[in-house]
Design a binder for this molecule. Structure first.
Ligand SMILES: [Fe+2]
Length: 295
């Protein structure tokens, strides 16, 4: 297998040192080219939420109740109806039912604290407030302990349909609803446990690819129709139709051996996707893989 840079779930390169001693950012860092750079009000708000969420995460206080600003609510009200229209047509039933069950609306930004309580009641998963992307090990350790790290900030208003980093729209509309499904919850927890304990580079890479092509960019078969369940697709108005209908996308059945040896490029629209027959199938496949790796 050829060497490739390790990436966090969001495509941020992993410093090899962080595999040994994870390095956390202690202050807000916006990457070059971020649409919010130069907007002092936005940067100040992001700093405030960074400090608040980091404190709540480190002290294990659960997601803070956040009073969202008029601008943040405006962005939510602009993006979420467009996504919802696409979800109704193209998202998996599991996702749609969970979104309804969680009462996620297009008018108000949900409080992660409330979503966490509801998810915990259903599948014993909970939400961990995250100030931003976390180092790989830390991210998967939380998941292995049934906590899903979620951000509580919103993208910059100048580009409501684009974010260079995972924000609340990605996390809340992409990752949170599937946590209500039992097979999904067990699959995720197992990925977390395995990925945070694996030391062999090849095993880590296989688990990351399995996760990428299922949790993040998975398609699923529902009664002969291909539907979306990957959160990276579900949180992008461009990627939903592209994933299902573009002739530039190669779609093939989810075969674990193929998936764990397939590269991906997180910096662009995904042109190679896998269609899983069901969530229980993915759970069984991962259980077998983890056993094979001796994890
Ligand atoms: Fe994600």
């Amino acid at each position: 297998m050829r060497e490739e840079p390790m990436l966090t779930e969001y495509g941020v390169p992993i410093d090899p040192q962080s595999m040994v001693a994870p390095v956390e950012a202690t202050e807000l860092e916006l990457e070059p080219g971020h649409p919010g750079l130069g907007d002092d009000g936005y940067v100040a708000r992001r700093r405030q939420l960074f400090a608040l969420c980091r404190h709540h995460r480190l002290e294990r206080l659960g997601p803070p109740i956040v009073e969202y600003t008029a601008e943040e609510t405006r962005i939510w009200r602009e993006v979420s109806p467009k996504l919802d229209e696409l979800h109704v047509k193209h998202a998996s039933q599991t996702y749609l039912e969970a979104k309804r069950e969680l009462a996620i609306t297009q008018t108000e930004i949900p409080q992660l604290r409330h979503l966490s309580t509801r998810v915990e009641r259903e599948t014993n998963m909970h939400l961990v407030p995250a100030e931003g992307a976390l180092p790989y090990r830390i991210f998967y350790e939380y998941i292995g302990q049934r906590g899903f790290p979620v951000t509580q900030f919103i993208r910059h208003g100048s580009h409501p349909e684009f974010t260079p980093e995972p924000d609340m729209i990605h996390d809340c509309l992409g990752h949170v609803p599937p946590l209500m499904n039992h097979d999904y919850a067990e699959l995720l927890t197992l990925i977390g446990k395995a990925a945070s304990t694996a030391t062999h580079g090849e095993h880590v890479l296989a688990l990351k690819r399995f996760s990428w092509f299922s949790i993040e960019f998975g398609l699923i078969d529902e009664h002969g129709e291909t539907k979306v369940f990957g959160s990276g697709i579900l949180s992008s108005t461009g990627e939903i139709p592209y994933s299902l209908f573009s002739t530039d996308v190669k779609r093939e059945p989810f075969v674990t051996e193929t998936v764990i040896t397939t590269d991906y490029d997180p910096s662009r629209m995904q042109d190679h996707l896998f269609i899983a027959p069901s969530l229980p199938f993915l759970r069984r496949e991962l259980e077998a893989l983890v056993q094979r790796f001796g994890l």
